[in-house]
Each structure stands twice: as structure tokens, then as C-alpha cells.
Design a protein around this ligand. Sequence first.
Ligand SMILES: Nc1ncnc2c1ncn2[C@@H]1O[C@H](COP(=O)(O)OP(=O)(O)O)[C@@H](O)[C@H]1O
Ligand SMILES: [Mg+2]
Length: 302
Amino acid sequence: MTMHVVAGRSSPQRAAVPPPALVVNDVSVRYPNGHSALSHVTFDLSFGSICGLVGVNGSGKSTLFKAIMGFVAPASGEVRIDGGPVADAVRANRIAYVPQSEEIDWTFPVLVDDVVMMGRYGRMGFLRRPSPADRTAVTDALARVDMTAFRRRQIGELSGGQRKRVFLARALAQEAQIILLDEPFTGVDVKTEQAIVDLMRDLRMQGEYCDHVVLINRRLIAAGPTAATFTQANLEAAFGGVLRHFRLTGDALHDDADARSLTVLTDDERPVVFYGTRGDDAPKGPTSAPSTASSTPTDPKP
Ligand SMILES: Nc1ncnc2c1ncn2[C@@H]1O[C@H](COP(=O)(O)OP(=O)(O)O)[C@@H](O)[C@H]1O
Ligand SMILES: [Mg+2]
């Protein structure tokens, strides 16, 4: 139920006041069947940030990514990448997109090597003949996700986590400035989850892991730095009745007079733990993103 935008490097030539990496301005999307999937969503992200996009199933996360990529046409609003139109960024390979697994045809007969090489297609000529630089990029990307041993295997033969890592390698081989990952942590093993987190940290130039959060439910609920945005109130607005919610205080938590309480919000996949004297205290420290909260509650240090 999360996805991530990793906005890595900025363009070499920067204006005095550089434009945001990504601007989503008043974007609404209505599907041909009349379903309104997004309504007037506005936020922006600067380079050097990792943003978690959070919302329940059907809240429009995948739709937002497709709108950013230009795969669905917004009914209103616009998206800008590094100050320019999306089409320019896509053409120049400045943005990479890893779809959620359900949207990929895994029966398509293609080798791992070939999947990663697809990340280089935009850099090749009409005949798509890989150069030595393309081959090196593929080899390096596979090594970074620890999938070198699988490069001659069919993609359909791999586990969910291995497939994720191959698609991450494709995005890395593309050498994009911005990477959109749809549901990167769904159905992956712990090793893959750690590999993805490590890679996102490598790609980003500064800041903390998941330094920004955008919460949506067809419309924008909140967007901004994690500590200010990833609050209990905002999570409840985003998830409503979907989250189970329990709170421990007094005797149930402490054997002394400690007044602090522990609040756990969980969708039974990834619990989020708030520790403090107020119910809406934001989680402290760098591990405060929903997707990085481990399946055991975060260390509840005050
Ligand atoms: N091609 C489509 N045609 C009509 N409705 C769609 C289409 N794709 C998605 N939807 C609907 O739009 C809403 C948002 O979908 P989606 O963006 O996939 O949500 P999420 O990724 O957050 O689970 C859902 O109600 C979904 O059923
Ligand atoms: Mg989705």
C-alpha cells in the first residue's frame, strides 16, 4: 500500500532557484468508465528526496504514477519534471517507472538480462544495438541488486522478490534522475526489502530515508516532511476504518508511574508505532516511514 518516489540527482545546469524535481499541480484523473480516481492533487518534491506515497487500495496511487508518467491523461492540472514537460523528461530518460507486479505480464518469455537492457533502450539508436557502455550498465545494475547469478534466467522463473530486484536494476540501468516505484515492498522477502532501502539511500544525495510523505485518498490528504506529515491524525484520515488501532497506557505498559502511552496503528502488514504523551505524537527518528516500519514495532524510544 505504498510507493516511493526517489528523486536523485538534479540536472547539471541549475538555475539560480532550481525548480522542484517533481511538481504535481491540481491533477485530476477520470477513467473512461467515469470513475474519478484523483481529484485536484497538488504537491511538489525537490531533488535529493525520497518520498513515500501512502494510501489504501484504490486510493489512486498507481493512477498518480501513471499520470506523472503521462500514461493516463489528466482531466485537469499538469505535471512538471525539473521545470519542464513530462514528455521531455521521459524522452531524455530522466524518469524511470517500476510498475506494480500485477501490471507486468510475467509469462512473457524474456531473460533477466534483456529486462534490464530495456532500461537502456532510450539511449540506443533505432536498431537497439547495445554498446559496451549499455552492457556495462546492465552488468553493474544487476550486481547492485545482487542478481548477477540469475541473468540468463527467464523472468517468469523468479520469485516475487527477485523480480522486483530485476525491475529495480532496469531502473538503475536507465540512470534516471527520478525513479517511481509502485508497491516496491509488496510481496518481497526481507533481503529484497533491505536491498531496495539501501539502494534508495544510495541514490538519494542527502536527507533521510523517506524524508517526505504524500498521503492520498483520491484527493490529497497531506504532503510534506515525514515528521510533520506522517502523524496519527493524517494516517487515520488516509486509512479510516482500514487500520486497526490500539493504545497502551498505565499498567498495561509500565510498572511505574510513567505517563507515556504507546499507540499502534496497523493494517496487519506493517504496524506503525507512536510513543508519547499525546496521541498524535509523530514517530521520532529516521525509521518513520510506513514502508520501513518493520513487522515488529519500531523501537519505541521517546
Ligand atoms: N483503467 C481503469 N479504468 C477504470 N477504473 C480504474 C482503472 N484503473 C484503476 N481504476 C480505479 O481507480 C481507482 C484507483 O486505482 P489505483 O490508482 O490502481 O489505486 P491504488 O494504486 O491506490 O490501489 C480504483 O477505484 C480503481 O478501481
Ligand atoms: Mg496500485
